[in-house]
Design a protein around this ligand. Structure first.
Ligand code: ADP
Length: 532
C-alpha cells in the first residue's frame, strides 16, 4: 500500500497471567499447553513479514484520517490462532479515543452528507476496486489473524467487497415520495436523509465482510462511521480503512478504534451525536447494546446468535443434501452464525445420511490456513475449544454417540477434529445453544410437523436449511420456519443482493440488499401549505 512497515518481532502470545497484570488491554488468547508446529510458524512469519513491508499491517487506530496510538500508550497483542505467534501489538483504546473518533465523524458528516450521491458512489466504487486489487494480501492478512483457510479468506474479501460495489450503486437510488394530499392547497413530500454518525461493532469471524456490509450502506446514504472491530482481528479492518482513504473517502468518514470493548461501547452509546448502533456478535452483548442505546434513543440493528436447523427429508437428493450440509456446517470451521447447528434427519434416510456424511467429514483436511488443500483451520482461541469440548461431553454423557472426531486435533493449538455426533436429543446443549465449532449433531425426526416443531423450538431465528425434492414441501416448510433466512437445497445463501437478518432473539433489522439502506436513513415528511 506504499506505506512503511512497522517493527514486527515474532514471539508467542501472552499466557493468561498477563490479563491480570494489564487488565482489559491484554486478553489471554491461548492458555492451554499447546503443541507448536515450527513449519507452520515459519510460513506464517514470512507471510507476515511480506505484508508488513508492503504496509498492510497497521498497529494504530484510525481517527480523523490519522494513525493514532492509544492515549495512554497501551497495546494489545494480535495473535495467529494457527501458531500462537504474535503478529503485532495494536493500540488498545478506550472512551477518550472513541469520543475523538465520534467528533471527527460528526464533523465529516456535515460535508460527506452534502456530496451528491453520484460523488459518494464514485468513491465507494474506487474503494471496492482497491480492495479487489489487493484481495490476495487482504486474504493473507485475514488467514493470519483469523485462521480460516486462505481460499476461504480470499473468498471473504470478494464477498466483503461486493457490499461496497452494491451500495456504490444503491447510493444513487435513495428515492423519496410525493404523497397525494388530503387538502387541495397542500403538497406532501417524503425525503430520506442519512441518520448521522454510526457506531459499528463487529466480530472476529468475518473480519472484513461484517464491516463492509455496515460501512458501505452507511457511507452510501451519507453517514460517517466509527468502527470497532474485534480485538482478535483488527488488522483486516485497519488495512481496509487505509484503502478507503486511497479511494478518496475523506478522513473522518471511516474511523477505527479497538481495545477495551466495553469502554468503547459505552462511549458510542452515551454520545448524542451517534445516531445509530449496528452490531454483529453475541446475543448477550447485543442485548446490552440495545438497552444502552435507549438512553439516547438511537436506531439499532443487531445480527446476533443463531441455532440453525438443517432439515434433511426422506425425499431429498442425498448428494445435494450432503454437499449443502457440509458447506453450511463446516464453513469457517463452524464459526458462523448461519452455520447449521442442528442437522435434523428424517428416519427413512437417517442411517444412509449419517454414514455418507461421516465419511465426507472424515476426509476433510485440517491444518494451518496457508497449507495446501486445507479445508478446516483452527478455532479462534482456547475459550472456543473449551466450549466445543463441554458441549460434546454433555451430549456423550446424555447418550449421544460420536461417529467421527469428538476431540482436539493432534495438531494441538486450537485445532479441533471435524466431528459428527449421532443420537442427539433436543435437551442436549448441542441442540439448545450455538456450538460455534466443527461439530455436526444429528437428530432424528419422523414427520414434517415434527421437523418444523423441533426447528422452531428455540429463541433464535436466523438461518434455516431444508433439503427436499418436493416443491410443495419446500414452500410449506419455508413458510412455517420462524427464521429470517431459509436455504432450500442450498447450504451457502448469503449474498450482498439479499436481505440478511434474524427473527426472535437473533436480531433486528436487515443487512445487504435494498433493505440494508433503510437502516441508515431517516424518513422526513415535508408539508408545503397555502399552495393555491
Ligand atoms: P463473540 O463471542 O463472537 O466474540 P461478542 O459479542 O463478545 O461476540 O463480540 C462481538 C463484538 O462486540 C466484538 O467487537 C467485541 O469486542 C464487542 N463487545 C464485547 N463486549 C462489548 C461491550 N460491552 N460493548 C461494546 N462492544 C462489546
Amino acid at each position: 500500500m506504499g506505506l512503511g512497515g512497522i517493527g514486527i518481532a515474532f514471539r508467542r502470545c501472552s499466557p493468561s497471567f498477563l490479563s491480570m497484570r494489564f487488565g482489559a488491554c491484554h486478553q489471554p488468547r491461548f492458555t492451554s499447553a499447546v503443541m507448536f508446529s515450527h513449519q507452520m510458524s515459519t510460513n506464517a512469519e514470512s507471510v507476515a513479514a511480506r505484508l508488513n513491508s508492503a504496509g498492510f499491517i497497521r498497529s494504530q487506530g484510525f481517527i480523523g484520517g490519522k494513525w493514532t496510538d492509544a492515549y495512554d500508550g497501551k497495546t494489545i497483542e494480535v495473535c495467529n490462532p494457527a501458531t500462537g505467534g504474535v503478529i503485532t501489538n495494536v493500540s488498545c483504546m478506550g472512551g477518550r479515543e472513541t469520543n475523538d473518533a465520534i467528533a471527527s465523524a460528526h464533523e465529516t458528516f456535515l460535508s460527506w452528507s452534502k456530496l451528491t450521491a453520484a460523488e459518494r458512489s464514485k468513491r465507494l466504487r474506487k474503494w471496492y476496486e482497491l480492495i479487489m486489487d489487493h484481495k490476495d494480501e487482504l486474504g493473507q492478512l485475514m488467514t493470519l489473524e483469523q485462521g480460516k483457510p486462505l481460499k476461504e479468506a480470499i473468498g471473504e474479501v470478494s464477498y466483503g467487497a461486493s457490499f461496497i460495489e452494491f451500495y456504490a450503486e444503491e447510493a444513487k437510488r435513495v428515492y423519496g415520495d410525493i404523497i397525494p394530499a388530503a387538502m387541495s392547497d397542500r403538497r406532501l413530500f417524503v425525503l430520506k436523509q442519512p441518520v448521522g454518525v454510526v457506531g459499528a461493532i463487529t466480530p472476529w469471524n468475518f473480519p472484513l465482510a461484517m464491516i463492509t456490509r455496515k460501512v458501505a450502506p452507511a457511507l452510501a446514504c451519507g453517514c460517517t462511521v466509527v468502527v470497532k472491530p474485534s480485538e482478535l482481528t483488527p488488522l483486516t479492518a485497519l488495512a481496509a480503512a487505509e484503502l478507503s482513504i486511497q479511494a478518496g473517502i475523506p478522513p473522518g468518514a471511516v474511523n477505527v478504534v479497538m481495545g477495551n470493548a466495553s469502554d468503547i461501547g459505552d462511549a458510542l452509546l452515551a454520545s448524542p451525536q451517534v445516531r445509530k448502533i449496528t452490531f454483529t456478535g453475541s446475543t448477550a452483548v447485543g442485548k446490552k447494546l440495545m438497552a444502552g442505546a435507549a438512553g439516547t434513543v438511537k436506531k439499532v440493528s443487531l445480527e446476533l446468535g443463531g441455532n440453525a436447523p438443517c432439515i434433511i427429508f426422506d425425499d431429498a437428493d442425498l448428494d445435494v443434501a450432503l454437499k449443502g450440509t457440509l458447506a453450511t456446517k463446516f464453513r469457517n470451521s463452524g464459526q458462523t452464525c448461519v452455520c447449521a447447528n442442528r442437522v435434523l434427519v428424517q428416519e427413512g434416510i437417517y442411517d444412509k445420511f449419517a454414514s455418507a456424511f461421516s465419511k465426507a467429514v472424515e476426509d476433510m483436511k485440517v491444518g494451518d490456513g496457508f497449507g495446501e488443500g486445507v479445508g478446516q483451520g483452527p478455532l479462534i482461541n482456547d475459550a472456543a475449544v473449551r466450549k466445543v469440548e463441554s458441549f460434546v461431553e454433555d451430549a456423550i454423557s446424555k447418550g449421544a454417540k460420536v461417529l467421527i472426531g469428538g476431540k482436539k486435533h493432534s495438531l494441538g493449538m486450537t485445532f479441533y477434529e471435524p466431528t459428527v455426533i449421532a443420537d442427539v436429543k433436543s435437551e442436549m446443549l448441542l441442540s439448545r445453544e450455538e456450538v460455534f465449532g466443527p461439530v455436526a449433531p444429528l437428530l432424528k425426526f419422523k414427520t414434517e410437523e415434527d421437523a418444523i416443531r423441533m426447528a422452531n423450538d428455540t429463541n433464535a431465528g436466523l438461518a434455516a436449511y431444508i433439503f427436499t425434492s418436493s416443491i410443495q414441501r419446500s414452500w410449506r416448510v419455508s413458510e412455517a420456519l420462524e427464521y429470517g433466512l431459509v436455504g432450500v437445497n442450498e447450504g451457502i445463501i448469503s449474498t450482498e443482493v439479499a436481505p440478511f437478518g434474524g427473527m426472535k432473539q437473533s436480531g433486528l433489522g436487515r443487512e445487504g440488499s435494498k433493505y440494508g439502506m433503510d437502516e441508515y436513513l431517516e424518513i422526513k415528511y415535508v408539508c408545503l401549505g397555502n399552495m393555491n
